[in-house]
Design a protein around this ligand. Structure first.
Ligand SMILES: [Zn+2]
Length: 884
């Protein structure tokens, strides 16, 4: 890990003292001193590069010592002292001066000339930095001509704002006071207590003391904001706080947030835990954070121009708000004791975001979203280098790595599987019990498991832990035996992509099946704990009329259908499989082709039928399978045939839909158009749709001609894929001029979509231009060219040539080190030579990127698997296409 520079602190300490008698901690504080309460006073002028702070920490020093260690990064300590509690024996003595001792890149020690113990107040005055290019600690964002300051402390950056006990287990009250320019608004976790003028155009804003909070949930924001009132939910006042002049763009958020909050209160059976709820908007950023009572959101997630509002945006907004607000109970009111249980916060909130926004808008089919998220997590989890949901934390890199898709999406899928097994209402009682037992305190995964077990009347922990503590995806082979007593023969193993070398293992899997027997539908669950077991179908006397081995497609396992079972599952499927189940069955097959368990021809043979499905989500799942024919695994000379297959199976519907909306289109029609038209244009190489896209894109860029908002992004992407220099210039100018963040995102995405390698290189050069903030341009421009064989080497060549200038412009803090994802520029390589070049370029360099070694290992594994898959699948796909 790269060590952050702390010049001011080192300068001060160079004149300091005798060598400390105690070593600084390695990763965690030792608990010998604990905070009881913080009083923080900060002076923040948004345009400046530094801020001034003082903090008074009421502490309890349980082991007498001459040094107290605190977390601190980049803080220049001006003075420090310890005043013993008035009730202690030292009453009447003056405060003891404390000398700061450097303690590596995460700690500062405060040393005394004699031992201190018991209760007292540690006072520290210091200067800190306001970052301009990262969002770690206290940072600055600009929009129009205004500057705003925000905080982002999770997981380990509160220590950049004040010296503190920066671990989630130290949960105590905080009282915040901010000195800010008199025309700015100042916000924190709690309501205002008082506000008064100060000299020099400043004012002092004092906030009420908070309930117990860990340091990572403390927050502040300063700037010329506008506040939009969103009414009350129960006793809680709700507001959306926007950058100046953006109140009109908050309309949907203002309508959605109170309704979602009410649904959460109902689910938890506990009123919103804090005195107020502000949702504070950050320009440029791409994240949201559940600070207690003061949630921060990326502007592109929460705001939208009412004329450009899309269902996708509404869905993302609702899911993000539900997620962050769910944390107010699950994470804030009850906090995980340490970062090894990050999953408990994040998996729960991810699962809850779909449950609550699905309740709010059932027509959005968020159950299908859950199935697709499970399939996406399984793709990552199949890698030998996948991490477990719950892993021991041995370094700050481990803390940063814990915030990944395995934690969020696999974790959420596992929770959903256990909810289905226990029953939704019982599971909810367990959640409520857990929150009541640990309110305002800390808890662990085993506390959660015991609350669920106590309401379920059985010990769920062994099964739960088998999914949390080991990586990988279980594959269950299922054979239906209809003898005297119909039963399923189940056998489990770890699902592995072709060519993978990972250790075999088994799980305790709650297997839930649905079937029809005796004219009724039955749901049945049992735990598969051994490698093999039979499951009798309790309600069936004869062979069931139909059977689904993964009920609701809610189980975190793949089914390998034996014998004729797949045919039986899919026979007359419209009558017994819902949309999410159809998507799940098709998605599983797609994965099983990659694992060499299902012949590609079997999956592809289903495409003609499901490409005609009425549900757009099912058509999308069929399109994913058809995508096999255009993948790296197909020999180059046969890809034309693959495109023809796509046109034949999907073309007619795509042509009928066209790029332009028609009056009276239903939501499903709009969704289908958005997915199918660009798919057929690009993967099917449908010339009419491509030409139409180019014409419409030019017309829109020149005259902003009317394109339905949800079609603009796909349209510009397709036009760029086949576009020329003229289109490139038009897009670049439009992106520079765009004031709306979501529009700028779409334009940057299109700039990253050129298939012409010279233009792809030109778009990468924009990463070094001052026209765009790197935090907005990084992902679309650097990773866009990976999509095509013609351009997939361009980003790696760019990184090799411009690594130093790129690194200088990127956020490099722990938890936000952009350099860590650089090795993934090789993510679509599929040959040994490129693999070796990537490896030799990054092997030593990634050691300096927080989380970088894992990213390189996963990318290299992905390339190896692609090479194996190409060898194994090419003959099958060739045979299919030659027959076709
Ligand atoms: Zn979260």
């Amino acid at each position: 890990m790269k060590t952050p520079v702390v010049p001011a602190l080192l300068l001060f300490c160079s004149t300091a003292l005798a060598a400390p008698s105690l070593e600084p901690p390695k990763l965690r504080l030792d608990g010998s001193a604990r905070p009881l309460r913080y009083t923080v006073d900060l002076t923040i002028v948004p345009d400046r590069d530094t801020f001034h702070g003082s903090v008074d920490i009421d502490v309890d020093i349980r082991t007498p010592s001459t040094i107290v260690w605190l977390n601190a990064i980049g803080l220049a300590i001006e003075e420090a002292s310890f005043r013993p509690d008035a009730s202690e024996a030292l009453q009447g003595r003056p405060a003891l001066p404390a000398k700061p001792i450097p303690g590596g890149d995460q700690f500062t020690g405060f040393s005394f000339d004699r031992e201190v113990s018991g209760k007292g107040t540690l006072h520290i005055a210091y200067q800190g930095k306001i970052s301009r290019n990262s969002s770690a600690g206290i940072f600055q964002l600009k929009e129009d001509r205004y500057t705003y300051v925000y905080s982002q402390f999770e997981p380990t950056d509160a220590r950049r704002a004040f010296p503190c006990f920066d671990e989630p287990g130290f949960k105590v009250p905080w009282q915040m006071t901010l000195h800010v320019p008199k025309d700015d608004m100042a916000l924190s976790n709690t309501p205002l207590q008082s506000e008064s003028s100060e000299p020099n155009g400043m004012k002092v804003v004092r906030f009420k003391a908070s309930p117990p909070l860990p340091s990572y949930l403390v927050a502040l924001a300063v700037g010329p904001f506008d506040a939009v009132d969103a009414g009350h939910v129960g006793a809680t006042p709700v507001r959306v706080i926007v950058p100046r002049g953006k109140t009109a763009q908050a309309a949907y958020a203002v309508a959605a947030i109170p309704q979602l909050l009410k649904l959460l209160e109902d689910y938890f059976g506990i009123p919103f835990p804090y005195e107020k709820l502000d949702s504070v908007i950050m320009p440029i950023s791409d994240f949201a954070m559940e600070n207690a009572g003061m949630i921060t959101y990326a502007e592109s997630t929460l705001l939208s121009d009412p004329a450009r509002e899309t269902i996708d945006h509404q869905r993302e907004l609702a899911a993000t708000c539900a997620h962050e607000m769910a944390h107010q109970w699950f994470g804030d009111l009850v906090t995980t004791a340490w970062w090894n249980d990050t999953w408990l916060n994040e998996a729960f909130a991810t699962w809850m975001e779909r449950k609550i926004s699905g309740q709010w808008r059932p027509e959005w089919h968020l159950d299908v979203g859950a199935v697709n998220a499970r399939l996406g997590a399984m793709r990552q989890d199949e890698l030998a280098s996948a991490r477990a949901v719950r892993q021991p934390i041995e370094s700050n890199d481990d803390i940063a790595n814990a915030f990944d898709d395995i934690t969020y999406q696999k974790g959420a899928a596992v929770i959903e599987m256990f909810e289905r097994w226990i029953g939704a209402e019982t599971f909810r009682s367990g959640v409520q019990l857990y929150l009541k037992q640990h309110a305002w305190g800390n808890a662990t995964a085993s506390d959660f498991e015991s609350a669920i077990s106590s309401v379920a009347g059985k010990n769920v922990a062994p099964a739960f832990n088998s999914f949390l503590d080991q990586p990988g995806v279980p594959e269950i082979s299922v054979a239906l035996k209809c003898g005297t007593k119909p039963a399923l023969e189940l056998a489990q193993k770890r699902s592995l992509p072709i060519g993978s070398q990972a250790q075999p293992q088994i799980w305790e899997i709650p297997v839930c099946v649905a079937y029809e027997a005796g004219g009724a539908v039955h749901h049945q669950c049992s735990v598969l704990a051994a490698a093999k077991a039979d499951m009798e179908l309790a309600e069936a006397r004869t062979c069931p009329a139909w059977l689904l081995p993964n009920d609701g497609e809610a189980g975190y396992y793949q089914i390998a259908y034996q014998g004729d079972l797949l045919k039986e599952v899919l026979a007359d499927h419209a009558s017994h499989l819902n949309v999410a189940e159809r998507v799940g069955v098709l998605g599983d097959l797609d994965l099983l082709v990659g694992a060499g368990e299902t012949p590609a021809g079997v999956a592809l043979a289903l495409v003609p039928e499901f490409s005609k499905d009425p549900a757009p989500q099912v058509v999308q799942a069929a399109a994913n399978i058809a995508g096999l024919l255009k993948s790296e695994t197909v020999p180059g000379d046969l890809r034309g045939k693959g495109a023809r297959f796509v046109r034949q199976e999907f073309g007619e519907r795509a042509m009928a839909l066209g790029w332009l909306a028609k009056p009276g289109d239903s939501d499903d029609t709009r969704l289908l158009r958005q997915k199918l038209v660009p798919f057929v244009a690009t993967v099917g190489e449908q010339k009419d749709l491509i030409q139409e896209a180019e014409k419409l894109a030019h017309a829109w860029l020149k005259k902003r001609q009317n394109i339905t908002p949800e079609m603009l992004g796909p349209l510009l992407d397709v036009a760029a894929e086949f576009g020329d220099r003229d289109l490139f210039n038009l897009l670049r100018t439009a992106a520079i001029q765009a004031r709306d963040h979501s529009l700028r995102e779409e334009l940057l995405q299109a700039l990253g979509s050129f298939r012409n390698s010279e233009l792809a290189a030109a778009s990468l050069d924009l990463l070094l231009s001052k026209d765009f903030d790197l935090r907005e341009s990084f992902y679309p421009l650097l990773f866009g060219p990976l999509a095509y064989a013609e351009t997939r080497g361009v980003p790696f060549a760019f990184v090799k040539q411009h690594l130093d200038s790129l690194l200088q412009r990127m956020p490099r803090e722990v938890g936000e080190d952009y350099a860590a994802v650089l090795p993934t520029v090789g993510g679509t390589f599929c040959d040994a030579k490129s693999r070796d070049e990537l490896d030799s370029f990054f092997r030593d360099r990634v050691k300096d990127y927080t989380g970088g070694p894992r990213a390189l290992a996963q990318t290299l594994e992905g390339i190896d698997l692609c090479i194996s898959a190409r060898q194994a699948l090419a003959p099958e796909l060739t045979a299919f296409l030659n027959k076709y």
